[in-house]
Design a binder for this molecule. Structure first.
Ligand code: GUN
Length: 282
């Protein structure tokens, strides 16, 4: 079997086109503020991409670049100003934050209606009881990619590797809300291979090159690779999975790059439009 590619790049482009058409019909443009603290090289690239694609679909987007020395109080003050600004629909604080700033305090100072990352306790709570409002972008993008390829998750065994608040946990919850049977694996999991071999859908979000080898996969499985690891020596990106070996066994596989990365950005834009609608009750 040769796996078919789940083309996130193409799908994200179709989603952006749909958003562009919908936004063009609005009287006022949705507005997104992206807060970046410091000069983390990966964060700089991610933020530049988010800003570029937001502008492309007609979202008024601005990056607020703050020095790494900013205090937690000053940062929260800045977020409060954006919370109270009627002309701002979406607020995103790029993670990770400098060590002296408490991530929980900062994230939860964002108004839940403007939380386009879906990271506040309010949005996490709504997801966990099955009535989500704004969903974390990466898990949302994965569900959307599966949906557009007509891959059903109900009744399937989905194995999620990674238990982060950004990807692993909300991913498991979304799959559960859609009637999959879930196993979550993490750094303390024993016999990872024995578990992944039982997965109908395998989602890996670890950040460890070659963690998932060909013999970790059940024939015909759907394999989603969330990781983005930069190999500076070969000037290439890779994920957690051995793409070549798994391509021979899986039914579907996501490439890195061009898989989940573009879907995450597309869902951020979709969330910004959703936030606009929530605030304008339309
Ligand atoms: N850092 C890595 N991924 C993300 C994300 O999805 N949102 C934010 N805000 N920061 C991140």
């Amino acid at each position: 079997m040769t796996a078919k590619i789940l083309d996130g790049k193409k799908t994200a482009s179709q989603i952006r086109q749909g958003l562009k058409e919908e936004i063009a019909k609005l009287q006022k443009k949705p507005s997104l503020k992206v807060i970046l603290i410091g000069d983390n090289p990966s964060s700089l690239i991610y933020v530049k991409n988010k800003n570029k694609y937001a502008s492309e679909v007609g979202i008024k987007s601005e990056v607020i670049h703050l020095p790494p020395s900013i205090t937690e109080n000053k940062l929260i003050e800045q977020i409060n100003k954006l919370n109270n600004d009627k002309n701002v629909n979406g607020i995103l604080v790029q993670l990770p934050l400098p060590k002296h700033i408490n991530e929980f305090n900062v994230i939860n100072s964002i108004s839940p209606e403007k939380d386009v990352d879906g990271f506040t306790i309010q949005n996490k709570g709504l997801l966990s009881i099955g009535t989500p409002q704004l969903l974390p972008c990466t898990p949302y993008g994965i569900m959307e990619l599966l949906k557009r390829y007509k891959i059903k998750v109900a009744g399937k065994h989905a194995v999620v590797i990674g238990r982060s608040n950004i990807v692993g946990k909300p991913m498991a919850q979304l799959l559960l809300n859609n009637d999959a049977t879930i196993t979550i694996c993490h750094s303390k999991t024993r016999n990872l291979k024995n578990i992944t071999k039982t997965a109908d859908i395998l989602i890996s979000a670890v950040g460890k090159q070659n963690l998932i080898k060909g013999n970790f996969i059940k024939p015909g499985a759907i394999v989603i690779d969330v990781a983005m690891i930069r190999d500076e020596k070969n000037k290439k990106w890779s994920g957690d999975t051995d793409f070549k070996a798994i391509s021979k066994k899986a039914k579907y596989i996501t490439p890195v790059p061009g898989g989940i990365g573009p879907m995450t950005v597309a869902m951020l834009l979709k969330n910004t439009l959703t936030a606009y609608k929530l605030q304008n009750k339309c």
